[in-house]
Design a protein around this ligand. Structure first.
Ligand SMILES: [Zn+2]
Length: 130
């Protein structure tokens, strides 16, 4: 899944291994059944779904897509490793939202996200190991 963050291409994995489970990232899921969702983690099908258009049909910004991606990732981690302890708590959704917003900022502003040409280098390294 590629997104534009501050004018740079950010390549996010299309699948994630969390615990022993492989989650598929479904890019641009339409969410026909619920127009208020920007993302969703389905633990039954092991899918993380991301929507690129908001409920009004407007394009979602790259930074918002990144925050949504991390938000759903944190739900998956919480379910797999914590049996949903954070999510199911009184302020669980708020906690996940705070962590995803903060994580996105810290990862970007401290050079911990692989962007653009760096991704190509990582891909070459990974191919060399395969
Ligand atoms: Zn959530």
């Amino acid at each position: 899944m590629n997104i534009d963050v501050r004018g740079q291409n950010l390549s996010l994995p299309d699948s994630l291994r969390i615990g022993v489970h492989d989650f598929k990232v479904v890019d641009n899921h339409p969410f026909r059944e619920r127009s208020d969702l920007s993302g969703q983690c389905d633990h039954g099908t092991r899918e993380i779904r991301i929507r690129r258009l908001d409920s009004g049909g407007c394009v979602v910004s790259g930074t918002n897509l990144l925050v949504t991606y991390l938000h759903e990732l944190l739900h998956a981690i919480d379910r797999v490793y914590g049996d949903g302890t954070v999510t199911d708590g009184d302020k669980g959704e708020l906690a996940i939202s705070c962590l995803s917003e903060g994580l996105a900022q810290v990862l970007i502003d401290n050079g911990m996200m692989v962007i653009g040409e760096q991704r190509a280098v990582v891909d070459q390294i990974e191919k060399g190991k395969a």
